[in-house]
Design a protein around this ligand. Structure first.
Ligand SMILES: [Zn+2]
Ligand SMILES: [Zn+2]
Length: 196
């Protein structure tokens, strides 16, 4: 089982530019990308429960190419209250705009930089990626990865009203009514307290 902090190398998710029609008609591709291990994010391990289902839709908008990345997958994470393994159904999307035109604001490049860090966010919910020149293929593995990790919840709950572990005796309060209360402290002294 591997721990991934970046897209798995075996991911193959490129779109050949020759497949995108110049008339603006969308081109779609459906992929199943394997994750044999866990995704590391928020300081936690999200164990993959199967491949990631991906739909890529690309179309020209003038000179630019707009790509919608949609992902669906199942991961497991311990419940943040009782630690029980909890399945998370991840379903999310992001939109990217690939452009050759660089903004003319004094040479400052916005959007995705070559080193992968984010500069100023452009308006709206579209991530702008500036290219030095269109290659034959747009490699979207980093975009798919980003769409995945930005849709991972920071915490999992096995159920909405999970009671968690008892802070006094450590039992799972969903399964067991231990009768401890926070004021009681160590339950072994509860008997003595009755004589006070
Ligand atoms: Zn729980
Ligand atoms: Zn207890």
């Amino acid at each position: 089982m591997k721990r991934y902090a970046a897209p798995p190398e075996e991911w193959d998710c490129g779109i050949l530019l020759s497949n995108i029609r110049k008339n603006g008609e969308p081109h779609g591709e459906v992929l199943e990308l394997p994750i044999h291990g866990s995704v590391e994010y928020w300081g936690q391990s999200y164990a993959a429960k199967g491949p990631l289902s991906v739909r890529l839709t690309a179309n020209y908008a003038g000179e630019n190419i707009v790509v919608l990345v949609e992902i669906k997958g199942k991961f497991s994470l311990p419940c943040s209250r009782c630690l029980k393994e909890t399945i998370l159904a991840i379903d999310g999307n992001m939109r990217y705009l690939f452009t050759l035109r660089h903004p003319v604001d004094g040479g400052k490049r916005r959007g995705r930089q070559d080193d992968g860090t984010e500069a100023d966010e452009p308006d709206g919910d579209v991530d702008v990626i500036y290219l030095d020149g269109y290659q034959a293929e747009l490699d979207l593995s980093h975009n798919v990865w980003e769409t995945l990790i930005l849709n991972l919840p920071e915490r999992a709950l096995c159920m909405e009203d999970c009671l968690g572990l008892c802070p006094v005796c450590g039992c799972d309060r969903n399964a067991f009514e231990c009768g401890c209360s926070a004021e009681e402290g160590d339950p072994r002294f509860g008997v003595l307290r009755g004589f006070e």
